[in-house]
Structures are given as structure tokens and as C-alpha cells.
Design a protein around this ligand. Structure first.
Ligand SMILES: *[C@@H]1O[C@H](CO)[C@@H](O)[C@H](O)[C@H]1NC(C)=O
Ligand SMILES: *[C@@H]1O[C@H](CO)[C@@H](O)[C@H](O)[C@H]1NC(C)=O
Ligand SMILES: *[C@@H]1O[C@H](CO)[C@@H](O)[C@H](O)[C@H]1NC(C)=O
Ligand SMILES: *[C@@H]1O[C@H](CO)[C@@H](O)[C@H](O)[C@H]1NC(C)=O
Length: 439
């Protein structure tokens, strides 16, 4: 609570004094560090993040196709970022999405969620169609950060490293578009992310998870797996936040066709300078699922594979009332159900075991818990899992729970990490969002 209030005040005061990143001039990156003779003058004080200290180097880069086994062993399993030059280099979108008219003609009626360019994490999200977004984004402070609408997925290539069992655990793909001058907060996310650039340029500052304390991260989202810092990345106050100067960082600049792999919980800060479009893929793997990577099928996907050929848990198409962004990977829930059984050393998952399992989920101190959705977990168990009222489900049953059922369960307990949308016809904002806005 304390952290939240502090954050709100910090955010309101910094928002008013932020200097905009000028979208016309593209600064040097990584920046040239200016060290002053006068020892009292802190290097990089009140300058953008990155000016306080030279980087330790560039993020490891691959220009040739990297083997998926290597991607798993040296990067995903060890939480080490990498850059894949031209990872989606064959995507038709690289040529077509350069043109706003093309986007308007092809996808204008599809809806996207909108944020402010200067990410503040306390501002509400709005929803509008791509046609309206395109007519406004050049002269307003708006940024499309949304689920990649289904029809657009066919124009994006799946990077070759995403194959085999990685493909079983992709839960969300996102569309990011702005006219430039965006900057994120310093943060980390709960899931692995392959962030690929379609148009423009983006600069990334990457920092290991262990430095979260030195970057004064808030702990308000302890259980959600994501968190962020209240430091203004446009103007780092080294008097208030002296530890920042000690934190090593690496850097990457993406050009159209390039991708960066951002491991789950890897701290990053991102900027864009001109019209920029990204397509990102969120996935889960490794320790979260207790399953190592399996390369079966990787050799068959050596040819061009469009993202529309891949099964994604949370999707959006024309007419959907909600843009369900920021939900969990439902395979993690399946895995947790199995793990509960294993922990209790039981052959089947009993109703009692489920009630306990569910209690753990519901106890998580999500900020905007909506009491209206609570129902007796015994009822939930029978309604979703044990339809025949046996009093238990077998391992086999759990392995066969349809994804749609797991999604229905996820909607009951998971507060989206990202924004929800208002319904298509009504002006009524989502309840959680209204609370969010009150902050
Ligand atoms: C993944 O990393 C862990 C250590 O973090 C190691 O024990 C394990 O062998 C690694 N697995 C693979 C498949 O590389
Ligand atoms: C987009 O939304 C605007 C405002 O609601 C509406 O007037 C327009 O017809 C929509 N365009 C398309 C292509 O759906
Ligand atoms: C894929 O092809 C490579 C090289 O031809 C081979 O070494 C590897 O075993 C194959 N992997 C699978 C899973 O078939
Ligand atoms: C688990 O369910 C199976 C299949 O219904 C049943 O044969 C078995 O006896 C159950 N095991 C226990 C320990 O109840």
C-alpha cells in the first residue's frame, strides 16, 4: 500500500516535469559518457538511463540461424538475452506495414488497446480501431500496445528458434505501434518475450534481475512475476537513487527484421525514436513448467512459417468483446494442477486438494481483486473439471482439460498483467480498470 501511494505521487510529479524525447533527432546509443573533472558532479545525473555508466557490452548477437538447442541451453535455460539479426527477416509485414494506408485498408476495422507514450502504469487504457488510431497517432501522445489481431499474424514470420516444444507454450502475441518518442519504465515481465521489430528503431537497455534492489523496484506485484522501478528513465536522479551508478548493463539496437529475446524477469528499458512497429511473442518454458525443451519438429519448420500457423492461447479477432491481454500461460495452470497432485503424493486430484490449490491462487494479493467473481471452489471444481461429480479427477483428465476450460479458470483468478478493455458497445469501463484509473 505504502509503495503504491509513494509511486502515485512520484509518478504525478515526474509526469509534469518529464522532458520529451525529441522524435526528430536520434541520439547516439549507447550514449557517450561524459565524466567531469569535478568529483562532486555525478556522471549522468538527471540524464537518461545509460549516461551514468558505460555499458559492459552489447547483447550477444547471432546473424546466422541459431540452433534451437543452443537457444534453449545458453539463453532460455540460463536467462541470458540474445539478439537475432533478421530473425523475422522474411516477414511480408516488413514491406507492407511501412505504409499506413496499407494498414488502414487491410486491418482498419480491428481494435487495439492504447496507452500513453510515456508509460506510467497508472493510466487507464483505451480501445479504438486501427483506422482511428492511424488518424490520431502522429499528433497525439498515444501508443498502441495490444494483442496482435489474428488476421495480422499471417504477415509475421516465426523466428526459427521457436520450434519444437516452445510452440506448445506461446500464450500471447502483441502489436506495438507509435510515431516514436516512446520510453518504457525500467521493469521486468513474468514471461519470456521475443520482441521483433517490423518498422523503425528501438534501443534496449538490459540488466540482470539481481539488480532490482539497486534500481529501487517496487514489490507491489510480488506474485504476478512482474515489477518495475519508480525511477524516471529520462532523467535519473542519482542523488535520490545513488545505487543506479553501480548497476552494469548491456545494450541492443533493433532494426526492422531483428528480434531480441528478453528472458522472464530480465530487467529492461526500451526507447523508440520514430514511427515504430513491433510484433512480440510471449512464451513460457523451462523451470516454470519443469519441462526441458524438446526439439521434435524443429527440422520441419526450417521453411518459412507464419505466426498464423502457431497456436496461441489468448487471441483477438474482429467482434470479440474483450481484448484479453496480460493473462497467464494456461499450460502453467495445468502444470500446477499436476504438481499439486504430485506434492500430495496422490494418484488423483481430489476435490479437497483442488480447494487448497485454488485457495493459494485466490490468496495472492492482486491489487484489484474483484470479490464478485468469487464462487465456492467446490462449485468451481465440479463446474469446470469434475463434470461427472466423481469427487476427483485423474492425471489423464488433467492432461486432457481443453485449453478453453483452463482459460475460463484463468479468468477467475488471474488479474491481467496488462490492460483490459471496455466492451465493444458500451461506455462502461471494466471494473478493475476504473479502480486503476482512480490511483
Ligand atoms: C538448465 O539449467 C540448470 C541450472 O540452472 C541445469 O541444472 C540444467 O542441467 C540445465 N538444463 C539444460 C537442458 O541445459
Ligand atoms: C473506426 O472507429 C470509428 C469511431 O468509432 C468509426 O467511425 C469507424 O467507422 C471505424 N472504422 C472502421 C474501418 O471500422
Ligand atoms: C535435425 O537435423 C540435424 C542436422 O541434420 C540433426 O543433427 C538433428 O538430430 C535433427 N533433429 C531432430 C529432432 O530430428
Ligand atoms: C484414481 O482414479 C482411478 C481411475 O478412476 C482409480 O482406478 C483409482 O483407484 C484412483 N486412485 C485412488 C488412490 O483413489
Amino acid at each position: 500500500m505504502l509503495a503504491k501511494n509513494y509511486f502515485t505521487r512520484a509518478f504525478l510529479s515526474t509526469l509534469l516535469t518529464l522532458c520529451r524525447v525529441n522524435s526528430l533527432s536520434i541520439p547516439e546509443f549507447p550514449p557517450r559518457i561524459i565524466v567531469y573533472e569535478d568529483k562532486n558532479f555525478l556522471t549522468g545525473h538527471l540524464q537518461p538511463l545509460g549516461h551514468q555508466r558505460s555499458p559492459s557490452g552489447a547483447v550477444k548477437e547471432y546473424t546466422e540461424a541459431v540452433r534451437p538447442e543452443e537457444f534453449w541451453e545458453k539463453h532460455v535455460n540460463l536467462s541470458v538475452p540474445l539478439v537475432l539479426r533478421q530473425g523475422i527477416g522474411k516477414s511480408p509485414a516488413l514491406n507492407t506495414w511501412i505504409n499506413d494506408d496499407y494498414l488502414r485498408d487491410s486491418y482498419g476495422e480491428l481494435d487495439v488497446l492504447i496507452e500513453l507514450k510515456e508509460e506510467d502504469r497508472a493510466h487507464s487504457t483505451r480501445r479504438m480501431n486501427i483506422s482511428e488510431f492511424l488518424s490520431r497517432y502522429k499528433h497525439e501522445d498515444i501508443y498502441a500496445v495490444s494483442l496482435l489481431p489474428d488476421p495480422m499474424r499471417k504477415e509475421i514470420q516465426v523466428t526459427r528458434v521457436l520450434c519444437g516444444s516452445f510452440l506448445d507454450y506461446i500464450h500471447e502475441t502483441n502489436f506495438w505501434m507509435s510515431s516514436g518518442g516512446t520510453r518504457s519504465v525500467i521493469h521486468y515481465d513474468a514471461d519470456h518475450n521475443l520482441h521483433c521489430l517490423v518498422s523503425g528503431r528501438k534501443d534496449f537497455i538490459m540488466i540482470e534481475r539481481k539488480y532490482a534492489e539497486d534500481l529501487y523496484f517496487f514489490e507491489m506485484k510480488e506474485y504476478s512475476g512482474s515489477s518495475f522501478s519508480g525511477i524516471d528513465p529520462n532523467s535519473v536522479d542519482l542523488v535520490q537513487f545513488p545505487q543506479v551508478a553501480k548497476v552494469p548493463w548491456t545494450y541492443a539496437t533493433l532494426s526492422p527484421g531483428d528480434c531480441i529475446y528478453i528472458p522472464a524477469e530480465c530487467i529492461h528499458q526500451v526507447r523508440s525514436y520514430k514511427r515504430t512497429i513491433s510484433a512480440t511473442i510471449l512464451f513460457t518454458s523451462g523451470p516454470l513448467l519443469d519441462t526441458p525443451f524438446k526439439p521434435e519438429g524443429c527440422n520441419e519448420t526450417l521453411n518459412y512459417t507464419p505466426l498464423s500457423d502457431v497456436e496461441v492461447h489468448w487471441t483477438y479477432q474482429k467482434g470479440d468483446a474483450y481484448i484479453e491481454m496480460g493473462y497467464m500461460n494456461v499450460e502453467v495452470m495445468r502444470h500446477s494442477l499436476l504438481a499439486t497432485m504430485k506434492e500430495r503424493n496422490e494418484e488423483n486430484l481430489t476435490k479437497e486438494a483442488f480447494v487448497e490449490f485454488w485457495g493459494d491462487y485466490e490468496e495472492q494479493p492482486y491489487e484489484y481483486h474483484d470479490d464478485n467473481i468469487k464462487e465456492d471452489p467446490r462449485v468451481t471444481f465440479e463446474k469446470y473439471l469434475d463434470k461427472k461429480h466423481k469427487g476427483f479427477v485423474t492425471k489423464e483428465d488433467i492432461l486432457n482439460i481443453p485449453r478453453e476450460t483452463l482459460k475460463a479458470l484463468a479468468r477467475l483468478v488471474d488479474v491481467p498483467h496488462g490492460p483490459q478493455a471496455k466492451t465493444e458497445n458500451g461506455a462502461k469501463l471494466d471494473k478493475k480498470l476504473a479502480v486503476h484509473e482512480d490511483l
